[in-house]
Design a protein around this ligand. Structure first.
Ligand code: GLN
Length: 311
């Protein structure tokens, strides 16, 4: 017989932090100086619950750039702004390849899914705004609504991502040549780079994850940020594609829809229950935070959050 799950409100996050801090391994991303300079010992974890309570431990209130953890939210905004048409423009199948693989869906020339770079370049370009500035603003406002507070962009990170993101430029040009990206290639990379450079902390990211997990309603502000159908579509794709070529193992071991990122952050959306975020910069070969994954496994186990936990 199953023992009842512990109360999320009294769960000892400090003890979790202590257990995970002992774990080593992984390499800090070196794609831009701001990421390469991250402290490998940086560690934050936070939970955001349906009643709007937020709890964090470690460096849960210290800012970092959101990086690929922005992708589910760009997908959500694109779905809203295109009235669902984004689902025709981007695939939703897992790739089994790295996040920045220079590869499009064969036959259609569409990006394989919104959780890899090609897909996020496209979803960022599908957000409304008229021009780059308007689109940047709409994205920042949309992300802030998910977080329940005004977020800001790290301009140095945005500039470097734009300048040094050669593979993203390659992907944007490839999609232009296939006719699947309408926006100019450089503009698409710029908009996506700025989205990756948005500053969050584990607490804000946990609220963002919770907003998706709770059907699009932000538990802190009570605002209906996106329709529940959009939240469901996004969380479904996080479950199948959110951890790139590690998504299968993630589903088995953690069992919570999630999105990883090169800043070492992971955002988790446990459907109908809560949102969580973990951040720790050293990454494994799939670009997933090593300690982040361990913390996620423990959270899943301790709080009985595995999607197939009833089996
Ligand atoms: N900004 C990074 C890039 O596009 C994000 C990648 C990631 O976090 N996996 O290369």
């Amino acid at each position: 017989a199953k023992v009842p799950a512990p109360d999320h409100h009294t769960y000892d996050l400090d003890a979790l932090e202590e257990r995970v801090r002992r774990e080593g391994g992984g390499e800090v991303d070196d794609s831009i100086p701001q990421l390469a300079g991250a402290d490998p010992d940086f560690f934050g974890v936070a939970l955001a619950q349906a009643d709007g309570s937020i709890r964090g431990s470690g460096d849960a209130d210290v800012a970092f750039s959101i990086q690929s953890a922005v992708k589910p939210f760009l997908f959500a905004l694109a779905l809203v702004d295109t009235d669902g048409d984004a689902l025709e423009r981007v695939g939703i199948e897992p790739t089994g390849e790295a996040f920045d693989a220079i590869k499009l869906e064969s036959g259609t020339g569409r990006p394989p899914n919104p959780m890899v770079n090609a897909g996020a370049l496209l979803t960022a370009a599908l957000v409304d705004g008229g021009n780059a500035e308007g689109r940047n603003e709409r994205i920042l406002r949309g992300l802030s609504a998910f977080a329940g507070r005004a977020l800001e962009v790290d301009e140095d990170v945005a500039r470097n991502e734009h300048l040094l993101g050669d593979r993203n430029h390659a992907l944007a040009h490839l999609m232009r040549s296939e006719g699947t990206l309408a926006l100019g290639a450089d503009e698409a990379v710029e908009v996506y780079a700025r989205a990756c450079a948005v500053l969050v902390d584990a607490e804000a990211l946990a609220v963002m994850g919770a907003t998706l997990a709770l059907g699009g309603v932000n538990p802190v502000t009570g605002h209906h940020v996106v329709p529940s159908r959009v939240a469901r579509d996004v969380v479904a794709v996080m479950a199948t594609c959110g951890v790139y070529d590690g998504s299968g193992r993630w589903m088995r071991r953690v069992g919570i829809p999630a999105k990883s990122s090169v800043s070492g952050a992971i955002v988790l959306s446990a459907p109908g229950v809560l949102g969580a975020a973990v951040v720790s910069p050293p990454l494994d070969d799939q670009g997933t935070s090593v300690r982040g994954r361990i913390a996620s496994e423990l959270l899943s186990e301790d709080l009985d959050l595995h999607l197939f936990g009833s089996l």
